[in-house]
Design a protein around this ligand. Structure first.
Ligand code: HEM
Length: 464
């Protein structure tokens, strides 16, 4: 896997937590400590909340994307739209839907036979939560027309949008004038495909909501709420609503699914963690119903697993690049205006002083001696300051409900060979702007006796 965060972590060991490098015209600052990241990106957020100008974004049809928006009025309005739908208290309204989607995930896993099937169920779960929250749209289990478009586009975006690729085109925007057949200019061919996908993606689900609103058939969702709130406004407002809605999927579906696949890997590798979680669920919830959000405070170990999942293999290991809006001086170091700031989140979650044996999966590190949760939420895996992830409350509830319910119903094991022996494997990782484990041999089976689809449905009914 191409893993620059590991190289940058080595640089930090040699040169310190704030490393300056220059890539042709572009000043780049890599921050490898949580303290320095918070000092700069949070406490001085008025300087550090811009994004670098990435000319490649336009080529890959991503210039609508709020995540990459420059610091200014357009970004501010996007942020306001997101805030309306996804701030902590608004996100509570999604919880019944998220529980229903977690129930669907259980049904899907119950029918699944292979690691590829499990991965498809996990992707469907996160896509489906976002599609309902944003468009009140129920994604079909297979081959959904909207989800297919956007998944293909995201696959290209997370490869071509890697910071190291973007940096080359930022340093040499002239390269983007080369024809697509020129060696190394594949981005142009793939970009043309992306642009087509993205323009459909911006338009079609949005029109779906408008038609349903016209027919009085839509339930509250991000788009209908925003259209109602800003109904007397002009085309720019409508465009912003379209762009933020389209961004929510791009930013939220793949990231949440990646975190779920890290969780699955961790459970397969750590039967002792599963058993501790399941013993707790059995003692708090019993086996006659499934956990729900009201049980959450009594199930601290599930939260500890969630936090450790985000820490062990952070989904966005180099964060999303920030940029300086002005020059600055920090502890004697001059930081130029327009510098690209890369928070090396991987180095922060693998800081041995804070997280001893950082490569080990140990949820207990988030518990106090009496078994309750400590104050370390690992929130920085969702970013920093004014640009912190706006979907973190929704993501947190999706992950918690999916993890708790899967642990309640299933056990996760390595796959067996023909002689019944465990198939050992070395995890391999996809690495782009986001990262996740590649498919690995595993098996997910009901952990309770006589559990089949019929009894699962009875359990779900009892829990609704
Ligand atoms: C496990 C799931 C997720 C992870 C790990 C994650 C992580 C991140 C990170 C690291 C950033 C960059 C923050 C920064 O620049 O400092 C970010 C930004 C963002 N995320 Fe998430 N995210 C997740 C889920 C979601 C969801 C579900 C949504 C939408 C519903 C979402 C929407 C956004 C948006 C719009 C931004 C851009 C914020 C801005 O630039 O102002 N994310 N996320």
């Amino acid at each position: 896997m191409d893993a620059p965060w590991v190289t940058y972590t080595e640089w930090a060991a040699a040169y310190g937590d704030l490393v300056y490098t220059r890539f042709f015209q572009q000043d780049i600052i890599v921050i490898s400590s949580e303290k320095v990241a918070k000092d700069l990106l949070e406490r001085r957020s008025h300087i550090y909340s811009d994004r670098p100008e990435l000319p490649a974004n336009k080529i890959i049809g991503m210039d609508f994307n709020s995540v990459l928006a420059r610091y200014g009025s357009r970004w501010r309005f996007h942020r306001r739209l997101f805030h309306q739908a996804f701030k902590e208290d608004s996100s509570l309204s999604f919880r019944p839907m998220q529980l229903r989607k977690a129930h669907q995930l259980l049904r899907g896993i119950m029918e699944s036979q292979s690691p590829e099937d499990y991965a498809a169920c996990i992707r469907l779960h996160s896509s489906s939560v976002i599609m309902t929250a944003v468009y009140d749209y129920e994604a079909a289990p297979r081959g959904d027309p909207f989800v297919t478009i956007i998944e293909k586009a995201i696959e290209i975006a997370i490869t071509e949008g890697r910071p190291q690729v973007s940096a080359v085109f930022s340093a040499f925007p002239i390269l983007l004038r080369l024809p697509s057949w020129f060696p190394g200019m594949d981005i142009k061919k793939r970009g043309a495909v992306m642009q087509k996908y993205m323009s459909k993606w911006l338009d079609e689900p949005f029109q779906y909501v408008k038609e349903r609103m016209g027919a009085g058939a839509t339930a509250p969702c991000m788009v209908s709420d925003a259209l109602e709130k800003w109904q007397d406004n002009d085309d720019e407002v409508v465009k912003a609503i379209q762009e933020t809605a389209a961004t929510a999927f791009v930013a939220g579906a793949e990231t949440t699914a990646s975190a779920m696949s890290v969780f699955l890997l961790a459970m397969v590798l750590h039967p002792e963690v599963q058993e501790r979680a399941q013993a707790l669920i059995d003692s708090v919830v019993g086996t006659a119903r499934l956990p729900n959000f009201e049980d959450r405070p009594s199930l601290p170990y599930i939260d500890a697993i969630l936090r450790e999942t985000l820490r062990w293999h952070p989904i966005v290991p180099m964060g999303v690049p920030h940029a300086t809006y002005d020059e600055d001086v920090y502890e004697g170091c001059y930081i130029p205006k327009g510098a690209m700031i890369l928070p090396n989140v991987w180095a922060m979650t693998h800081n041995e002083e804070k997280y001893p044996n950082p490569d080990e999966f140990i949820p207990e590190r988030f518990l106090t001696a009496d078994g309750s949760l400590n104050d370390d939420t690992c929130n920085f895996t969702f970013g920093f300051g004014r640009r912190i992830c706006v979907g973190r409350h929704v993501a947190d509830a999706s992950l918690w409900s999916a993890m708790a319910l899967m642990l309640a119903v299933f056990k996760f094991t390595k796959a067996k060979d023909e002689e019944g022996n465990d198939i050992d494997f070395e995890p391999k990782w996809f690495g782009g702007l986001t990262t996740h484990p590649l498919s690995f041999p595993c098996s997910i089976t009901p952990r309770l006796e006589r559990m089949d689809m019929e009894t699962l449905n009875v359990l779900i009914e009892a829990s609704a």
